[in-house]
Design a protein around this ligand. Structure first.
Ligand code: SF4
Ligand SMILES: [Zn+2]
Ligand SMILES: [Zn+2]
Length: 302
């Protein structure tokens, strides 16, 4: 089989959703072009932005850094990567090591921060007496820390490595749970009108997880492959499993779900978006809709 783009071989991918077959170099080029095009199309960055990237060391954040580093090299943005050590024994240390190594290789400023340093407690300690699933805690506290660090370093944007599968999982999960207000917040770019929230962007939102994995492999980028010990427990994992299964027979289903959602979102927003009053968490001073932000109310329960 020959590459559809350059006519040579060997091919490394048959993209079922588009029918294309591509060799390694053409696949890498296609991916980089596609993500840079999405960044322009959705106006994710502006010249002079300082972007804080959540770098776990996993494939998604490593691919995001690889592509954003191109914008830094061209003098369009400044990139700072941050790795959050949640305190998960036997798992996170290796991720921190890989993230540190790859940030050094790519010449990107890098910070490591931890739950322990910012919250005084690790995720493992939280899970000794849990009131919620690990991923719920982890997500809330990671967002809280990312926002803090963004302000500390003067970032104008926060980039995360969410891929197509992650995004469609979020859409389906919130739909299945009837959480319409949360649905209205899903998108390629956050749209809070509270200036204390740094705008969040997802450059890989239209790249399937499989293609992210193939990209880091083709580029020979070091990534943290281990799976988090808490990952299997979550509702997200169940929904992800279902989507993978159904995609085998229906390879375009994730794209059609995403496109359909993006079309219906303005209507949802009009009808179901709760207007959060702009107030401040009385404990930590972060923006919140209630007297205590989610992170502080979780901490209070511990
Ligand atoms: S799987 Fe859950 S607990 Fe583990 S890093 Fe991801 S969000 Fe955190
Ligand atoms: Zn080719
Ligand atoms: Zn708070």
């Amino acid at each position: 089989m020959k590459c559809d783009s350059c006519g040579s071989g060997p091919v490394i991918i048959h993209r079922k959703h588009s029918g294309q077959v591509l060799c390694k170099d053409c696949f890498i080029q296609r991916m980089q072009k596609k993500v840079l095009k999405d960044i322009r199309k959705y106006k994710l960055v502006r010249k002079g932005d300082k972007i804080l990237l959540g770098l776990s060391g996993g494939k998604d954040s490593v691919m995001t850094m690889d592509i954003l580093s191109n914008l830094q090299e061209r003098g369009i943005v400044e990139l700072v990567a941050v790795t959050i050590d949640e305190g998960i024994a036997g798992y996170r240390a290796e991720g921190v090591e890989i993230a540190t190594e790859i940030a050094r290789e790519m010449n990107i400023q890098h910070k490591v921060v931890s739950f322990n340093e910012y919250l005084g407690v690790t995720l493992d300690e939280m899970m000794k007496n849990p009131h919620s699933g690990a991923c719920t805690y982890c997500g809330v506290f990671r967002r809280w820390i990312l926002n803090r660090v963004a302000r500390e370093v003067g970032a104008t944007k926060i980039a995360t490595g969410h891929n197509l599968d992650d995004e469609v999982q979020s859409i389906l999960m919130n739909y299945l749970e009837g959480n319409l207000d949360n649905l209205t917040r899903i998108g390629v770019k956050s749209q809070s009108n509270d200036p204390r929230f740094t705008v969040k962007i997802k450059p890989l939102r239209e790249v399937p997880e499989k293609e992210v994995a193939l990209y880091v492999l083709a580029r020979e980028l070091p990534v943290h492959l281990a799976e988090c010990p808490y990952s299997g427990d979550s509702f997200r994992a169940e929904v992800g499993h279902f989507l993978k299964e159904i995609s085998l027979k229906h390879p375009t289903i994730m794209y059609s779900t995403l496109r359909g959602f993006d079309r219906i979102k303005p209507v949802l927003k009009k009808e179901y978006s709760r207007k959060s009053p702009h107030t401040m968490c009385e404990v930590c001073g972060e923006p919140a809709a209630t007297p205590l932000c989610k992170a502080c109310s979780f901490l209070k329960m511990m």
